[in-house]
Write a protein that binds this ligand. Structure first.
Ligand SMILES: NC(=O)c1ccc[n+]([C@@H]2O[C@H](COP(=O)([O-])OP(=O)(O)OC[C@H]3O[C@@H](n4cnc5c(N)ncnc54)[C@H](OP(=O)(O)O)[C@@H]3O)[C@@H](O)[C@H]2O)c1
Length: 316
């Protein structure tokens, strides 16, 4: 361990960070070691990472002194925030700043910051094609991440901005799986029109991040977008139908209908999908499948992901 480059990983018991921990541990010859950061080292998930061989340390991104300890001696840091735990862009930005400051203070040589576009660069607040949310955002969970890029850039720590994509795992655990319509036919509902939605297996985000750390300084100061496939709603529904053995239809709805669905964050998600639909060339163009596969040769496309996970998709 002593001679290995330690990567301190925020969100290690979660989707993105967990993928990175497992990617590092699966490649012991790489010269990297995984330091998994969790708020609770005694949780089952934390113990499972320790059993796999990760160093597990306690820190809370709301507590700068704990972050300083968790980043001490690390070569790299993977930084991610948790919008859906609190729905607060301001909190997300404060946490991002705390991580950037801690990385700087600890002398970390390479940060991978898991970010998304600040959509206000495309849709200023004066543009009323979509409502302004929480007073000063169009897509709060995107804008807060994009606005936070500057904390990392200003810190001077060599940072790669990793633009992530929609997790297909949302079809399993985020309530976006197929639902039966009045006619009993399953459908996935997205306000994407006929445009393509870049998607990725959540596990592959961490694997791509590992690819970034392996490339090292060449990718510092760069923005890297990742996706496993770019597919329309109709293409995803067709692939899902084949994988689960029953018809899944694509229900195309307008963004304003989606925003009104009433679940927590429906307005944010409706704006997000509208942004991806209306600026589709930019959004897809920023997420090269070839570059993602170069970082992570095991990258799954949607069909591969379905072949491994279709049985876990709840059919309601
Ligand atoms: N769903 C999507 O399609 C999608 C796509 C792109 C980006 N995103 C973004 O991904 C982010 C979430 O990442 P994820 O899905 O990897 O998260 P996740 O699976 O929900 O896991 C988050 C982990 O972070 C830890 N955590 C939470 N609050 C913490 C705190 N205050 N201090 C330290 N650790 C904390 C928790 O671990 P412990 O309980 O062990 O501390 C938890 O296991 C969100 O900001 C979201 O916007 C999501």
């Amino acid at each position: 361990m002593a001679d290995k480059k330690i990567i301190a990983i925020v969100g290690a018991t979660g989707a993105q960070g967990g993928g990175l921990v497992r990617a590092i541990l699966a490649d012991p010859a790489s010269g990297f070691a995984a330091r998994a950061i969790t708020r609770d080292v005694t949780s089952e998930k934390a113990k499972a990472l320790a059993a796999l061989g990760a160093e597990v340390v306690a820190a809370n991104v709301d507590d700068p002194s704990s972050l300083a300890k968790a980043f001490a001696g690390a070569h790299g840091a993977f930084c991610v925030t948790f919008f859906w735990d609190h729905f607060s862009p301001e909190k997300e930005m404060a946490q991002a700043k705390a991580m950037a400051d801690a990385a700087k203070a600890a002398g970390v040589q390479h940060v991978v910051w898991s970010t998304l576009e600040d959509t206000r660069r495309w849709v200023p607040l004066t543009d009323d094609r979509m409502p302004t949310l929480q007073g000063k955002y169009k897509v709060p969970h995107f804008d807060a991440k994009g606005e936070s890029d500057r904390f990392f850039t200003a810190s001077g720590v060599p940072t790669t901005l990793l633009l992530t994509s929609f997790y297909w795992d949302n079809f399993i655990s985020f309530g976006l799986g197929p639902k039966k319509g009045p006619d009993g036919v399953l459908g996935i509902t997205l306000p994407m029109g006929d445009k393509k939605l870049p998607g990725i297996a959540a596990e592959d985000i961490g694997r791509c991040a590992f690819g970034v750390f392996k490339q090292g300084p060449a990718l510092a100061g760069k923005t890297v977008g990742i996706a496993g496939d770019h597919l329309t709603g109709a293409q995803m529904a067709a692939a899902m139908s084949k994988a689960i053995g029953q018809m899944v239809r694509y229900n195309e709805v307008p963004p304003e209908v989606y925003r009104g669905f009433g679940f927590p964050g429906a307005d944010d998600m409706g704006n997000m999908f509208q942004f991806k639909r209306d600026f589709n060339a930019d959004f897809c163009g920023a997420r090269s499948l070839e570059a993602s596969r170069a970082l992570n040769p095991a990258l799954q496309d949607f069909e591969t992901w379905l072949s491994r996970n279709a049985g876990r998709i709840p059919l309601e």
